[in-house]
Design a protein around this ligand. Structure first.
Ligand SMILES: [Zn+2]
Length: 346
């Protein structure tokens, strides 16, 4: 890793922004934000890394493992950060590689102490539940400091998927074209536009997502879904690093290089596909492709080896994610598909 590195502890009185302000140009720092304590007395902390570039410029913030078992983005962020040449950087890079440390240690998506989804909890509360405390401590650092934020996710551990992006639009945030062209740097299979203000087609509090709260506070932000959970997928980690480099060049954090025009499949409606019967899901198609009407995504067979269900649609779908773990009960998710999309050039 190139550049001088310092170890800093950001307690309640200091912020990463102030620490970066005091660094020399080209210097790296790392530390942990104090959030609270466990019953055993162990501290709850949010690890972070930062690099101050040689010249002024934007602040790129990378956030990993907001869902504790989604790991490819953690590895991609660390690889990108390690590979940065400080001489080439204008502005700064901050990485919060493990933003849900309690879920991460427990190898779970949610925060085990309150079973909340951390990415539905932002901006958090100073005197709130454990998840709200984590969100509040992190968001206090991001708000007003990050110019661009990439929040890394994956699909759940039972699913496989090619990298795609998800973004929201807010009337008081960056324009859709700006977000879409930044997100296209990751060469996603699709870019899913999620409505917030008119309500989402998916369950949960979408307005509590880190990217949406960041957008509302003036940071351009989106989510990168980098493969499947609870595993490392080298090709997708590398795709994530390449995306971060291209994004950095486009925002002039790294020496500017114009992005070629890219065609993006913009999905405006998506849905989970649930099976009616329990049994074994036999995957027929892999994720990352547009399927013709009537294409079998997979079949359910029972434990006696008889085929009992054919999962398919009478219209074309964009197969975003598909179940790789075969064991399913009635009502389990077997696929995640886009049902309405258009193509945009950015
Ligand atoms: Zn996630």
């Amino acid at each position: 890793m190139r550049g001088k590195a310092t170890n800093v502890r950001a307690d309640d009185a200091t912020s990463i922004r102030h620490i970066v302000g005091r660094l020399s140009r080209g210097e790296r720092a790392k530390g942990s934000l104090s959030v609270g304590t466990m019953a055993s007395g162990q501290t709850i902390e949010l690890p972070w890394l930062a690099l101050k570039g040689m010249r002024p410029g934007p602040c790129l913030w990378l956030n990993g493992a907001v869902h504790g078992d989604e790991l490819n983005g953690v590895l991609a962020s660390l690889d990108f950060f390690r590979g940065l040449d400080p001489d080439a950087v204008s502005g700064c890079v901050v990485v919060s590689p493990v933003s849900n440390p309690l879920g991460f240690d427990a190898r779970r998506k949610r925060v085990p102490q309150d079973e909340l989804d951390l990415d539905q909890t932002f901006p958090g509360r100073e005197n709130g539940l454990t998840s709200e405390l984590l969100a509040w401590r992190l968001f206090r650092e991001i708000r007003g400091f990050a110019t661009v934020l990439v929040n890394f996710h994956t699909m759940n551990p039972y699913f496989g998927s090619d990298p795609y992006v998800v973004y929201k639009v807010s009337s008081d945030g960056a324009s859709e074209t700006t977000i879409l062209s930044a997100a296209a740097a990751f060469e996603p299979f699709v870019a899913c536009r999620m409505p917030v203000e008119d309500g989402s087609e998916l369950p949960g509090n979408v307005a509590g997502a880190l990217d949406y709260q960041s957008l509302k506070s003036g940071t351009m932000a989106f989510m990168v879904e980098l493969g499947g959970g609870s595993r490392q997928e080298r090709a997708f980690i590398e795709q994530g690093v390449r995306g971060l480099i291209r994004l950095s060049q486009a925002i002039k954090l790294l020496p500017f290089q114009a992005e070629p025009e890219r065609k993006v499949i913009r999905v405006s409606e998506r849905r989970h596909v649930m099976c009616r019967n329990g049994g074994l899901f036999r995957q027929h198609e892999r994720a990352g492709q547009i399927l013709d009407p009537g294409t079998t995504i997979g079949m359910i067979e029972n434990v006696w080896g008889e085929t009992i269900e054919d999962v398919r649609f009478p219209y074309p779908v964009a197969l975003i994610g598909v179940r790789t773990d075969p064991v399913v009960h009635s009502g389990d998710r077997v696929a995640f598909v886009g049902t309405t999309w258009d193509e945009v050039v950015v």
